[in-house]
Design a protein around this ligand. Structure first.
Ligand code: COA
Length: 187
């Protein structure tokens, strides 16, 4: 008998947080998180509608790109104590390179309490526990001080600077690349 493939996007728990595998049904939760314009200050995005999110999340439920080359892992983050969604953590896994591009967005009411640190850390631990991901990679607008502090707190190191990586809302976005080698799980 062959072992079933392990779930690539399972629920995850931390002392304070519950990370649910993102589904189309989370569209209202995440529409509320993404409705605050401050969330998009250093991103090329703008607040989406619930219908847009539902369609996007339905596509992402495949957990894989159509050509099979990428894993699409997405979690919606809640406090274990209950209440509305706090944010999301995401990993785009590129097995050919042994890398995962990570991203995270939290509602401003959840900032400054270490929730993003806790949620991204458990995602990184999960990625490190499986085969295929040797390094996490993050691209960050150079003005995004909170995100840069978060990455440094998690042990990421700055490895590259890309001037004029993007342009949105009439402003040039320069980016840093941050990388974190992931230790394979022992035992
Ligand atoms: C990037 C983002 C997730 C960072 O959120 P954050 O709240 O600063 O990060 P954390 O949840 O880890 O909280 C860390 C802060 O809480 C404080 N804190 C309080 N309790 C804490 C705890 N138990 N553990 C760790 N930090 C704690 C830390 O001191 C830190 O404060 P500081 O940044 O003033 O030094 C948030 O700014 C965001 O969602 N921005 C919009 C989307 C975005 O730009 N995403 C990144 C794209 S690259």
């Amino acid at each position: 008998m062959t072992e079933p493939d392990p779930d690539p996007n399972p629920p995850l728990l931390t002392p304070r947080l519950r990370l649910e595998p993102q589904r189309a049904g989370h569209a209202p939760d995440m529409a509320a998180v993404l409705a605050d314009p401050r969330v998009h200050d250093f991103l090329p995005s703008s607040p989406p509608t619930q219908a847009e999110l539902r369609a996007r999340f339905a596509r992402l439920e495949s957990r894989r790109s159509p050509d099979g080359t990428q894993g699409w892992l997405n979690w919606v983050v809640f406090a274990r104590a209950g209440g509305s969604a706090l944010g999301t953590v995401q990993a785009t896994v590129r097995p050919a390179e042994g890398e995962a591009d990570v991203a995270y967005v939290f509602h401003p009411s959840a900032w400054g309490q270490g929730y993003a640190t806790e949620a991204v850390r458990v995602m990184l631990d999960f990625l490190a526990s499986g085969p295929g991901v040797r390094e996490a990679v993050a691209q960050v607008d150079t003005r995004n001080a909170a995100s840069l502090r978060l990455l440094t707190r998690l042990g990421f190191r700055r490895t590259a600077f890309t001037p004029h990586a993007d342009e949105f809302r009439g402003v040039v976005s320069d980016e840093f690349t941050y990388r974190l080698p992931l230790a394979p799980a022992s035992g």
